[in-house]
Design a protein around this ligand. Structure first.
Ligand code: GLC
Length: 423
């Protein structure tokens, strides 16, 4: 399992020593450049570090790597791009981790993988780093790094879904999902992430949480998916395809396919993450769309699901010091500002949202911070991968008309219950 705490503590302490001095002062500096002391301290980072994270769709990850390498002549960070799809990224990371492969030093881990990675002993304890720096971060993002009171990652970017709508087709985003689907049926439809993968779990849970439902009990022990709310949401989603409000092709869409459909003018509405905003502003519909917070559902207010990526140090890294120095740099306010202004990636540090340049690049910055603070987590569990499979496989079958909403709800419940009983 995990290395002994003493070795870990020594490791983290050495790493923190190596980057000492770059805490407090530097982080309050919003001039865009790191103060001298911070630059000197960062320059001590050395050796090769490989950062394994999902595809650099916006180019922002490459910018952060270049910035770090420029500021740290003795270190060399390399970006290893994994696929676009979150499930494929996890699969490729855990292939390496199971083989105790040291290729990836820094893992870009979706917020939901942390309990599994910790349970398997695949990531190092970075609690000391979080106790020093954690209070700058939005609390809901720190929660995603914590298992049994210890922290195993640093929040890199957060995420919350939004509704994108064509301003030349509708005046505003409808107030509830029911009327959004009605308007979509009259216009050119609504697209979302309907492929059989993690994104479908998110899209389903957003509606389910808005309806007041859940898939696992609060104590994490019981499946709660065989409920009226689950059946209602499945029916709503299946009817959406049936009525033509949602194109059938949505069952092949992940984030990028949805974005491309929306940007090509093939949809009036789209559910997507904020990264699609800056790309949309560079597309041919740049002046023809806007974004809005989630509508309500079934008479309740809309609810979101928290997404995002944390940076963790692989237990098999041969350069944990260098890895932590890079994580410290990549999650700093300056780099988060660059990612927010150039790629509309949601910051995990609260103060970055107040920066005038961030507000200009993301006019919805204030709503985004609130959405992230209020977004609900997906079930937190070391067997999350099995839970999410139970969710997306059954939602997918309901969307395809292969199972009725009642059948899909009952099967989802059984499969979640089985997953919960395996640990
Ligand atoms: C985004 C989110 C991540 C989520 C994924 C689903 O990348 O940040 O948390 O799991 O989308 O596709």
């Amino acid at each position: 399992m995990m290395k002994t705490p003493r070795i870990l503590a020594a490791l983290v302490a050495t790493a923190l020593f190596a980057i000492a001095g770059c805490g407090g002062g530097g982080d309050d500096d919003d001039s865009g450049g790191a103060p001298e002391a911070e630059k000197a301290a960062q320059a001590k980072a050395s050796g090769d570090v490989t950062w394994c994270i999902g595809k650099d769709t916006t180019g922002a990850f490459g910018t952060v790597v270049d910035n770090f390498n420029k500021a740290n002549p003795k270190a060399n960070v390399k970006l290893l791009e994994l696929p676009e799809n979150a499930d494929d990224q996890r699969r490729l990371q855990i292939q390496r981790l199971r083989a105790k492969n040291s290729e990836c030093d820094v893992l870009g881990a979706d917020v939901i993988w942390v309990p599994e990675y910790v349970g398997q002993g695949w990531v190092k304890d970075v609690s000391d780093f979080i106790s020093e720096n954690g209070d700058k971060f939005i609390p809901s993002t720190i929660d995603t790094t914590e298992v049994d009171g210890k922290n195993y990652a640093v929040p890199f970017n957060s995420n919350a879904g939004f509704i994108y709508y064509r301003t030349d087709e509708v005046d505003s985003a409808p107030k509830d999902w029911e009327s959004l689907y009605q308007e979509a049926a009259k216009g050119s439809g609504v697209v979302y992430q309907g492929f059989r993968y993690e994104g479908l779990t998110v899209n389903f849970l957003e509606l389910l949480y808005s309806a007041g439902g859940s898939v696992v009990s609060e104590d994490g022990k019981q499946a709660t998916a065989d409920s009226q709310e689950v059946k209602d949401v499945l029916k709503f989603m299946a009817d959406g395809i049936e009525s033509g409000a949602v194109p059938k092709a949505v069952t092949t869409y992940k984030e990028e396919e949805s974005r491309r459909a929306f940007e090509s003018g093939n949809a009036t509405f789209m559910r997507n993450w904020p990264y699609a905003y800056s790309l949309g502003k560079d597309s041919k519909i740049a002046d023809k769309f806007d974004i809005a917070t989630f509508p309500g559902f079934a008479g309740n207010e809309g609810a979101g699901v928290i997404g995002g990526y944390n940076l963790a140090i692989s237990a098999y890294s041969k350069n944990a010091e260098g890895a932590l120095a890079f994580i410290d740099f990549a999650t700093s306010p300056d780099q988060q500002k660059i990612m927010a202004t150039e790629a509309s990636l949601p910051p995990t540090i609260a103060s970055v949202y107040d920066d005038p340049a961030v507000k200009k690049a993301m006019p919805f910055a204030e709503d985004l911070r609130t959405a992230i603070e209020q977004a609900k987590p997906r079930p937190v569990s070391p067997v999350y991968p099995q839970i999410t499979e139970a969710i997306y496989n059954n939602v997918y079958d309901a969307l395809q008309g292969k199972a009725s909403p009642d059948e899909a709800a009952s099967k989802m419940n059984d499969e979640i219950q089985k997953a919960l009983e395996t640990f």
